[in-house]
Design a protein around this ligand. Sequence first.
Ligand code: HEC
Length: 143
Amino acid sequence: MKTSWLVLAILALAVAGAGGTHNAAQVPPSSLKSIELPPDNAVATLKPGPGLDVVESNCAICHSTDYIVRQPGGDAKHWEPEVRKMIAVYGVQLSEPDVQTIVNYLGTEYSAAPVAATPEAPKSSTRQTSPALRNSSKATDHR
Ligand code: HEC
């Protein structure tokens, strides 16, 4: 009699133990899927340069690289506080050498405002048509 209670207790413990580890241990590796993200848009694709791989693997986790290329650029002094803000405010984990690599890359490749973001073409076409508009308004001016 005593032994069967002991067996029951051991069985109960075994079942409880198996239940406890069920979620963590029993996810078959075959059910893990990897996904491939679509490529970033053409504007946001980072320029080639030393350190690009470090930037790509650390700075596109939370947001698109759009956040980088659409900023008014600047030298390393401009970019360093930006990278440190990502660390201090948003908790990005970066080693000091990686910070320097990223700051150097951004300060070199993104030292000026992005060309695509400046609306040059519409402005100049407005300028071209404006003399004609001025002339036509003079023609109908009956002062
Ligand atoms: C842990 C997530 C995370 C990582 C990794 C990250 N960022 Fe950010 N980043 C953010 C958030 C959150 C914002 C603000 C989003 C908003 O305000 O809409 C932001 C905004 C920005 C901006 C826009 C300007 C600003 O200050 O808000 C720039 C530029 C930027 N990040 C650059 C970087 C660079 C460079 C890296 C790589 C070192 C990086 N980010 C990595 C979370 C991250």
